[in-house]
Design a protein around this ligand. Structure first.
Ligand SMILES: O=C(O)C(=O)C[C@@H](O)[C@H](O)[C@H](O)COP(=O)(O)O
Length: 353
């Protein structure tokens, strides 16, 4: 996989114009959802090279990250004359960059694509690193590919219009990056004041967070080993997210990951000696800022069934986790029995309920 170029820019218009003039695409398509069509697309209107760009607009949020929406994008590309020399610009949050990236990966076996992430989650995670895909059969990212965008342009001006739940959702993944990297980065993240957002500080933290991800992806782009660190919190987090979707109360991805980290940090504590104080302060931060997901012990079986589909699993019915022996002390390929997982869910309900 070729290395993806990620730039953090002050004004993506200039960067994008330069990028476009350096290539001769026969057609340019811009994919947005209904929100970014309204709020973000107007910011591209002064770019002369996008004057004739074709717009594709899809429904917003994770409920639209499905086969039907993907088929719609394929149809639009096909009917409106996209070729292998066309470019797809994905302007949006994680749902747009995941689905658009997969459309680009598969249309005529691959066309060029640029990600312009507009949410915190897509800036520091979804748009970076080349994982693309859609949900299928109620399972998160069940169908997908590794297909890095040609370029990722991160411009934090988009964050000023982001609502608090979406900001916190992205921050959940940033917290994960803190936990899998450095104690200093982790502890700085825990002091962030959401009531008075310091955007300059947030921009600095975004830069650090992207770097954590890029360093790991560079070592293991196809998730054969250390990239599994980036999946910390996701074995149970994805099960929570799928469960919430199934019960018609969808939750934002970063919230589900934060709640998943509560369980997986506890497993890290009992299995790998993750320090008690760091466990306590991280859980406290999550509880205060993210609230909790409600479920009862009657839901354990359903949650466990979702975990059986985790992509890290290597053998049928054995659930794979990434755990931590401390901040930045990553232990991949850890397994837990059904009984142990049920105990984690008990812990979650007792601590977060
Ligand atoms: O980039 C990665 O690798 C990750 O696992 C990052 C995750 O935060 C992200 O949510 C990813 O899309 C999850 O991928 P999946 O393989 O568990 O579906």
């Amino acid at each position: 996989m070729s290395k993806q170029e990620v730039i953090i820019c002050q004004n993506f218009n200039t960067e994008l114009s330069q990028k476009l003039s350096a290539h001769s695409y026969d057609k340019i398509f811009i994919l947005t959802d209904e929100h970014t069509f309204r709020l973000c697309l107007p910011l591209l209107q002064d770019i002369a090279l996008l004057k004739d760009a074709e717009q594709i607009v899809i429904g917003p949020e994770d409920v639209h990250k499905n086969l039907e929406t993907l088929a719609y994008v394929w149809n639009q590309l096909s009917n409106r004359g996209a070729t292998r020399h066309s470019l797809l610009i994905n302007l949006g949050g994680g749902m747009v960059t995941d689905l658009g990236g997969f459309a680009a990966a598969t249309f005529k076996r691959g066309i060029a694509c640029i990600n312009i992430p507009t949410t915190l989650l897509s800036m520091i995670d979804a748009a970076v690193g080349g994982k693309t895909g859609i949900n299928f059969n109620g399972l998160k990212n069940e169908i997908g590919s590794f297909y890095p965008a040609d370029q990722v342009m991160i411009d934090s001006q988009f964050l000023k219009t982001l609502d608090m739940p979406n900001l916190l959702s992205g921050y959940g993944e940033m917290l994960k990056h803190g936990l899998i990297s450095q104690p200093s980065h982790w502890s700085e993240l825990l002091t962030f004041d959401f009531a008075h957002i310091d955007y300059a500080l947030l921009q600095k933290l975004i830069g650090q967070s992207v770097q954590v991800k890029e360093d790991i992806v560079e070592k293991d782009p196809y998730e054969q080993s250390i990239r599994k660190a980036l999946n910390f919190g996701h074995t149970i987090g994805h099960a929570f997210e799928s469960f919430a979707l199934k019960t018609n109360h969808p939750v934002l991805h970063g919230y589900a990951v934060a709640w998943g980290m509560v369980c997986e940090l506890y497993l890290s504590h009992i299995r790998c000696g993750f320090p008690k104080e760091a466990l306590r302060t991280t859980i406290q931060f999550i509880k205060e800022n993210y609230g909790s997901l409600y479920f009862t012990c009657d839901d354990y079986e359903c949650l466990y069934d979702f975990m059986k589909h985790d992509k890290k699993n290597a053998s049928c019915g054995v659930i794979n986790f990434t755990l931590l022996g401390g901040i930045g002390d990553i232990r991949i390929n850890q397994t837990a029995s059904q009984e142990e997982i049920y105990e984690l869910l008990d812990f979650y309900r007792e601590t977060m309920g």
